[in-house]
Design a protein around this ligand. Structure first.
Ligand code: NAI
Length: 697
């Protein structure tokens, strides 16, 4: 049963019971309706209580029913709320732990609401690009006042029940129940059993003393915050409508806006990301009940840029870390950087001093591998050279206890080769963090040929603990993310060959919504990194075509922000990218060597070539099984590469453009003599889906 029905004396208690958070799925809604009918039919019952079993009153809609017809099947949430409002016997919502979204909307249909202290109260729909569509925008302002309700609806953030209960004039909670919750609830229900008429939230007035001025001010604020997402402003429109319309008209207004958002691309993208995050942690051939190894102590080899950031993730999660280096000076530098990072957070008020002390107390250092004998997980982040990795993994194999997981943060080397430096390749895995590793959400988990399933399951669990979005990648050059970005960078180079300036390309891509265009990105990351990779490529794949511009830039010593000059000029101490005459001259001279006349390239073509190059490579990656699903690729790009969230990632974007249209564009790009015709042959999977009128997702 998804809701239980019991009678205590004269009070009927309907208990939502749909773990984990009593989502209001179809069966639960049906069971509540049945409970109400049973209570109405029982002459001995004088009051009705609705509450939730376990760890929530209700978390809202059942996400397992999202996008399915069940979500709208009768009784819908609307119908259920109407039933509650029409109840001839008083209904009390007994709220504890969590009341969110549809759960709160359900409670707002009850005559009375009582709550346990510490309950998290929220209408979080805006986080999925939606608005509360079950009457929340119309009822919450009536009980909390326009401003408090609007804040909650527009931000989606939870507020504690006792804070809301303390607001002057609030009508959300009739009472905060301290002590034995159900005893207090039953006593309260008995106390209102005879009350008539029964109060309805819909009958309350909804007014703001300076409505027009307030909404104008709020609209400006919300517009600025919302950027490319329509939902926050729509939330505001609905709350404003609540102040200006009759209640029923307000509900219709809310309904129409809700449906428009539900059908719109932005909410679709946010829901895609929400489900994509969950889907990423599921690996097709690794059952969810695979036993995990216990990770209580972590070793990190290398206290450089990545080793320090990686360590911070574990310290933040309360897991002790031992960092190993070759020299004491390197350890001291590494520890000092970690301290500096934390101290900056303390200064900004983002980290409390005692938390900082606790974290630093979990950090120890060593110069000796023998000190890693108790580590459950060791992550290597030393120089990117196979010879160095070999030494490290041989040492780890010598000292680490059986069952310890040995992970490499390599970004370009073959994890299968690395695992064979040990006699336990099943325990070796790639953990590819992104820089800065303490900030970036993405973790590519690289699954070697021999990596055992419980190692994968363990790492996915660890990723969750350290708050990363983990995506599994097979072994290939660049894994998912960097393999795709290489094609994007090549296209960026061809665009320069043909007549674009770096700022023109960056502007177009940033207008599309990327956090940073390819050239500003290169300057930030260091252009020498790509140079080193290309030098290797020239050996491995001599027939692969590249623009020579990036090499010429590096030959001028323009590595980016760290050398004060890259694709752009920089003023010392500042990060603003200033167009550079030196670079423009270099490009001019380079173009002369190519013959042809530079042409004006439209922003559409720039974005198309850059984004479709990602998609075509991704299709190869899917086909080869390097990624197990299209949404994994979207998660990599949303969390690691600044792809615009409201577009849902390259694969969802491609689906929305239409794969047929994409393939047609690629055929046009292939005819451009300055581009790489071979690359623009659509990946077989892409060609097949396009021909069949299908999508990636
Ligand atoms: P880094 O040069 O900042 O740090 C490497 C550290 O390892 C140095 O402190 C060095 O003293 C130490 N080290 C070298 N050999 C060692 C050994 N045998 N034993 C103990 N310590 C040793 O390098 P970074 O940037 O932190 O990179 C480390 C690894 O992370 C590389 O494999 C790199 O490809 C990978 N990576 C780097 C990213 C980045 O953006 N920097 C992003 C993702 C992965």
């Amino acid at each position: 049963m998804t809701a239980e029905y019991q009678v205590h004396g004269n009070v009927a208690v309907i208990t939502l019971n749909n773990p984990p958070v009593n989502g209001l799925g179809f069966a639960t809604r049906q069971a509540v309706a049945q409970g109400l009918e049973a209570a109405w039919g029982d002459a001995a019952v004088t009051a009705i209580v609705i509450t939730g079993a376990g760890k929530a009153f209700s978390g809202g809609a059942d996400i397992r029913e999202f996008n399915s017809p069940k979500m709208l099947a009768e009784p819908s949430l609307h119908s259920l709320v109407r039933m509650l409002e029409a109840s001839p016997k008083p209904v009390v919502a007994a709220i504890h732990t969590v009341v969110m979204g549809g759960g709160l909307e359900l409670a707002l249909g009850c005559h009375y609401r009582v709550a346990a202290p510490g309950t998290q109260v929220a209408l979080p729909e805006v986080k999925l690009g939606l608005l509360p569509g079950g009457g929340g925008t119309q009822r919450l302002p009536r009980v909390l006042g326009v401003e408090t309700a609007l804040n909650m609806i527009v931000t989606g953030e939870p507020v504690k029940s006792e804070l809301l209960a303390a607001l002057p004039g609030q009508l959300l909670f009739a009472k905060i129940i301290e002590g034995d919750f159900m005893a207090g609830v039953l006593a309260y229900a008995n106390s209102v059993a005879a009350a008539r008429p029964l109060p309805l939230v819909r009958d309350l007035p909804c007014k703001h003393p300076n409505g027009d001025a307030y909404f104008q001010f709020a609209r400006n604020m919300v517009k600025g915050m919302a950027k490319n997402f329509p939902a926050p402003v729509q939330c505001l429109d609905c709350v404003e409508a609540a102040t200006k319309n009759k209640f029923e008209d307000g509900l219709v207004f809310e309904r129409e806006r809700f449906i428009a958002l539900m059908m719109g691309p932005e909410s679709r993208a946010l829901r895609h990301a929400f489900f994509g995050e969950r889907a990423a942690s599921k690996i097709p051939d690794v059952p969810e009940d695979t036993p995990k190894r216990e990770i209580k102590a972590v070793g990190v080899i290398g206290a450089g840029t990545m080793g320090g950031g990686i360590s911070m993730n574990f310290l933040n999660a309360g897991i002790p870390v031992k960092m190993l280096e070759m020299k004491q000076e390197a350890l001291d530098r590494g520890v000092a950087t970690i301290k500096k990072n934390y101290e900056a957070q303390v200064k900004k008020g983002k980290l409390k001093q005692d938390k900082y002390d606790q974290r630093m107390a979990l950090l120890t250092t060593t110069l000796s591998y023998d000190d890693l004998k108790d580590a459950d997980l060791v992550i290597e982040a030393v120089f990117e050279e196979m010879g160095v990795k070999e030494k490290v993994f041989k040492e780890l194999d010598r000292v680490c206890k059986p069952g310890a997981i040995l992970a490499s943060n390599t970004s370009t080397l073959d994890v299968d080769v690395i695992s064979n430096f040990t006699k336990r390749p099943q325990d070796v895995v790639g953990t590819h963090f992104f820089s800065p590793a303490n900030v970036m959400k993405l973790l590519e988990v690289v699954r070697g040929k021999a990596t055992s399933k419980d190692v994968l399951a363990t790492i996915m669990g660890v990723a969750k603990k350290i708050k990363k979005t983990a995506v599994v990648s097979g072994v290939c050059d660049g894994f998912i993310g960097n393999r795709m970005i290489e094609q994007y960078s090549r296209q960026a180079g061809f665009l320069l060959d043909e007549g674009c300036t770096p700022q023109q390309v960056d502007k177009a891509v940033e207008k599309f919504g990327f956090a940073m265009g390819p050239f500003r990105m290169g300057d930030l990351a260091g252009n020498d990194i790509g140079w080193a990779i290309r030098k290797r490529r020239y050996q491995e794949k001599p027939d692969m075509k590249y623009s020579a511009t990036a090499d010429k830039l590096c030959e001028l010593g323009r590595y980016g922000q760290k050398t004060g000059a890259g694709w752009y000029d920089y003023i010392p101490g500042k990060r603003d990218a200033i167009p550079s005459d030196v670079v423009l001259k270099m490009l001019d001279e380079h173009r002369k060597t190519l013959g042809g006349t530079p042409r004006k390239i439209s922003d559409d073509e720039i974005v198309g070539r850059l984004v479709y190059s990602l998609v075509n490579e991704a299709a190869h990656i899917l086909e080869e099984g390097i990624a197990s699903k299209a949404s994994d690729i979207d998660m990599v790009y949303l969390t690691g590469y600044g792809f615009p969230l409201w577009r849902g990632g390259p694969m969802l974007y491609a689906d929305q453009v239409g794969l047929f249209n994409l393939v047609q564009a690629m055929k046009r790009f292939a005819q451009n003599p300055l581009d790489d015709a071979k690359f623009w042959q659509p990946a077989p999977l892409l060609a097949k889906l396009a021909a069949e009128g299908k999508t990636f997702n």
